[in-house]
Design a protein. Structure first.
Length: 235
């Protein structure tokens, strides 16, 4: 915010000359006010949640404007059973404001999807778990709204700058969205590795005990064999 404020306070782009020039006091208060209103108006709604699902869970998110971009991602983090890690995934169905199906995922462990809002209203996201075990899911929704400032600022030199700032803000939110998805993927992989390590340790212990048992059995059988041969030789 401090960097953006510095740029807007001291410089603006002169399209006719292609150079940066200082903003006069006549423009400063108007542009600063528009900048603040623009940044507040273009704040994007974000929903991030990590929950445990038994059979079915539904969430809703409201889209205020048509033409906005809705980003959706989810990752199945772990299963409640340490001996079973579900590779079948879960189902996710997205419904629009009038109940129409917008998109669906079937038996997915992780997925990302984004689409343009055609109708403003409440969108529903319903998860279905077909596994007999509880699953932990990381779910993230981001609603991106790009604001055009032609209706608010008439200065032809200032409008492109405001649009670039709004695009930069959109790009930063997209980066944050991607980071959250990658973090959930990392958590899932860490749990998978931990479960595999436990299984490997348990398998090694089982094999060790089996080997020890087989050795003891061999010693016992050899001892019985020698005792029988010794008894037969005495007779």
């Amino acid at each position: 915010m401090e960097l953006i404020w510095y740029l807007v306070t001291w410089q603006y782009f002169n399209g006719s000359k292609g150079i940066l020039q200082p903003i006069t006091s006549r423009h400063m208060s108007l542009k600063a006010t528009i900048l603040i209103l623009g940044l507040v108006w273009s704040i994007q709604a974000v929903l991030g949640i990590r929950f445990v699902i038994d059979r079915e869970e539904c969430f809703s998110h409201k889209a205020e404007y048509e033409g906005d971009t809705l980003h959706v991602s989810f990752v199945v983090i772990k299963s409640d059973s340490q001996w079973h890690f579900n590779e079948d995934g879960v189902d996710l169905v997205i419904h629009g404001p009038t109940g129409e199906q917008v998109h669906d995922f079937r038996e997915q462990i992780s997925a990302k999807h984004d689409f343009v809002v055609q109708k403003k209203g409440v969108y529903r996201f319903c998860f279905t778990n077909k596994s007999p075990y509880h699953e932990t899911i990381d779910f993230d929704v981001q609603l991106g709204h790009f604001a055009y400032y032609d209706q608010h600022a008439k200065d032809e030199h200032f409008t492109p700058l405001m649009e670039q700032i709004s695009k930069l803000e959109e790009a930063l939110y997209n980066i944050q969205f991607e980071q959250h998805w990658l973090e959930a993927q990392t958590d899932r992989q860490a749990i998978v590795n931990e479960n595999m390590s436990k299984r490997a340790v348990h398998k090694a212990l089982f094999e060790s005990f089996a080997l020890i048992g087989a050795s003891v059995l061999q010693v016992y059988l050899l001892r019985r064999l020698f005792e029988r041969k010794l008894g037969m030789s005495r007779v």
